[in-house]
Write a protein that binds this ligand. Structure first.
Ligand code: BG6
Ligand code: MG
Length: 222
């Protein structure tokens, strides 16, 4: 069985926007009197904008302090801040090893898809000049359920006209790995051993992504 499709998360895998999300949420937290650290921030990775805000409000015991309209305004405030941060992105911000990995996948005839929860995903791919690598991009606004639900990865496989077992997913978030696994796909993690426990294979940073190793492990498991 050969891998025919590779479905990528964006933030924290292709470029280090996970750090920008963290900074923008921290700035919002300061404005509303909620502090949180990097360990808490792990829970926000892969999670939609509004779900992230709800987790932050719960963390600060302020879950009932805001109306839906006020929460929309807070989420917009964070996103405006985030959009300013991503204006600076250029192709030099592609994480180490990613361009080589994408080229290796294409050279093997694999089709690429983007499965990011971010509504800013297409703009970021454009800034990185990587849009043409991806045959499809799942629109997160079209989904009923966010990660860890498998919907986004299943939709990506469908758009690629592939079966889930013919695809692999690449993620830096625990919720993302759970989403890939639940979709019945082989999961490739980028992150610490603690956060990547459920991945079928993982590397600690993108530079270590090795398509041959992934193919070998995938074959052993199928
Ligand atoms: C995910 C990030 O890729 O996208 C999350 O890991 C983020 O941190 C989510 O909340 C939604 O992104 P955006 O850009 O639509 O607010
Ligand atoms: Mg991510």
């Amino acid at each position: 069985m050969a891998i025919k499709g590779v479905i990528f998360d964006l933030d924290g895998v292709i470029t280090d926007t996970a750090e920008f999300h963290y900074r923008a949420w921290q700035d919002l937290g300061e404005k509303i009197g909620i502090t949180f650290d990097r360990a808490f921030n792990e829970n926000l990775k892969g999670i939609s904008r509004m779900d992230s805000l709800n987790l932050i409000l719960e963390h600060g015991n302020k879950a009932d302090d805001y109306s839906d309209a006020e929460k929309e305004a807070l989420a917009t405030d964070k996103n405006d801040d985030y959009k300013t941060l991503i204006e600076e992105i250029t192709p030099t911000d592609i994480l180490p090893g990613i361009q080589t990995f994408l080229d290796a996948c294409i050279a093997k005839g694999m089709k690429l898809a983007l499965a990011s929860a971010s509504k800013n995903g297409p703009a970021i791919l454009d800034r990185l000049e990587l849009t043409d690598y991806f045959e499809v991009t799942v629109d997160p606004a079209s989904l009923k359920n966010g990660k860890p639900d498998p919907e986004i990865f299943l939709k990506a496989a469908k758009l690629l006209h592939l079966e889930p077992f013919e695809c692999i997913g690449v993620e830096d978030a625990e919720a993302g790995i759970q989403s890939i696994n639940a979709a019945g796909m082989f999961s490739v993690g980028v992150g610490s051993p603690e956060s990547m426990k459920e991945a079928d294979i993982f590397v600690e940073n993108t530079q270590e992504l090795d398509l041959e190793k992934i193919i070998n492990k995938y074959k052993k498991m199928r």
